[in-house]
Design a protein around this ligand. Sequence first.
Ligand SMILES: [Cu+2]
Length: 120
Amino acid sequence: MKSVLKITLFFSILLVFSSMKSIKFPDEISATIKVSGVCGMCKKRIEEAVYVTGIKSATWDSKTQLLTVSYKPKKISEIKIHELVAGVGHDTEKVKAKDETYKNLPDCCLYRDGASMHKD
Ligand SMILES: [Cu+2]
């Protein structure tokens, strides 16, 4: 009886630790990032920019201006995702694109200069 109790205790401790670990280090998490953009070309550019190792999926919506990404936190950090997006000319809520990069965007994509929203 005593050993049964010990085993039960051992496994319940193990269970608590393993669940704590999965909360602390989940394999995959998702984030919603605000990204400025205008059209279908922007969508393609933004989604392709974050198509790197560690990213499981990425979808940007021109209406909501939100990029939803699923990624492996062990492989890529959230700030890195912001940097990738800014790297192709799109401002995020945390990282601003360089003016130089921004200026190279097609005219219809110039969100900062009030490019009108249009359909894909
Ligand atoms: Cu565009």
